[in-house]
Design a protein around this ligand. Structure first.
Ligand code: HPA
Ligand code: ZN
Length: 326
């Protein structure tokens, strides 16, 4: 459709993307062979069948298992490069990807292997594709504070390659304040902070992400709608929310896209943005997320442009790059 090609051409920014979640089934099989890792699937059809989630934990179990095929620096380079090529195809000009070091260091892959592979691809992405980036390291919230501190310690020689830290994995039972001290240390080191909050968890977790972790953005945050005072706060402070429409319907945060609240939040003048989260698991990259909103919620061009402007405002790039993107 005309809108669909307009959405592909539209210059876009991505602020909520897990690199491990951009591992496509074909690369999963190729890397399993390359590294001699056993997979519980024999073909792409079986993978597709396994990707039928109805909640966050079901997805996470499969996502962590698949990540085991990532072993060498080249693997992390290839994963990141494939994502950047997709961005190029969809006119995504700036990205702020997440990675989960503990998923790899806990099975013996060195922190340096992970970050050097990712960083080299991001550097090449800037030079060869013109895509700028800022990298964010996430702590796994189902693990303890000690493990998060150890991970921050491992990151110390690489601080120049990192813009911030984030918090992801199983939200229920793991409130943001579990990581208050580690986030305070990260801020002392000059890192910005973000956290997943209000995806499956309550609006209260958005408050504690803001007040205890001092986040610059909230990842997901759609459950803010349950708390009118929080909605007022988010509007007044223009605290950005990195919303992921296809992720939310795949994990049944909303039963159908028609029920998604992103355009209601936009109408309330909250700084919402569109992102893909884990595109190989949830059915699409940036363009497909915008297209899903166009199909289910009649997203128009004015709204799409505002959503991208919000992403520029919310991004961690410098003022000069923001000017170029505007
Ligand atoms: N939520 C929490 N953890 C995650 C997600 C998510 O949407 N994607 C990858 N890790
Ligand atoms: Zn996420």
């Amino acid at each position: 459709s005309p809108l669909s090609s307009w959405l592909t051409q539209l210059p876009k920014i991505e602020l909520h993307l897990h690199l491990e979640g951009s591992l496509e089934p074909q690369m999963l099989f190729d890397l399993a062979v390359r590294n001699n890792v056993d997979l519980p699937y024999v073909n792409v059809q079986e993978v597709t069948k396994a990707f039928q989630f109805t909640q966050l934990q079901d997805f996470l179990d499969i996502y962590y298992q698949a990540a085991q095929v990532l072993v060498t620096e080249q693997d992390f380079y290839d994963l990141t490069w494939a994502y950047l090529l997709k961005c190029k195809e969809q006119n995504v000009l700036h990205v702020e990807p997440f990675f989960d070091p503990q998923t790899h260091t806990d099975r013996g892959v060195a922190f340096s292997t992970v970050i050097n592979g990712i960083d080299q691809a991001l550097t090449d992405g800037k030079e060869k594709l013109g895509i700028s980036s800022e990298l964010i390291m996430c702590f796994l919230r189902h693990l303890d504070e000690k493990s998060a501190f150890e991970t921050l310690e491992q990151a110390m020689p690489f601080l120049a390659k990192l813009k911030g830290v984030g918090l992801d994995s199983s939200e229920l039972g793991h409130p943001p304040e579990k990581f208050s001290r580690v986030f305070a240390k990260a801020r002392e080191l000059g890192l910005l902070t973000v956290a997943h909050a209000g995806e499956e968890g309550p609006a209260e977790f958005i408050w504690t992400a803001i007040n205890d972790l001092k986040v610059s953005r909230v990842d997901h945050g759609v459950n803010a709608i349950q708390d009118p005072e929080l909605i007022t706060y988010l509007r007044q402070t223009q605290m950005p929310l990195t919303v992921c429409p296809l992720s939310n319907t795949k994990l049944k945060v909303f039963e159908h896209m028609q029920q998604h609240n992103i355009l209601d939040l936009l109408a309330l003048d909250i700084c919402v943005t569109v992102n893909s989260d884990d595109p190989s698991y949830f059915g699409g990259y940036m363009t497909e997320n915008f297209e899903a909103l166009a199909q289910a919620l009649d997203l128009n061009q004015t709204q799409a442009i505002k959503l991208v402007q919000n992403s520029i405002t919310a991004s961690f790039c410098d003022e000069q790059r923001k000017q170029e993107l505007t």
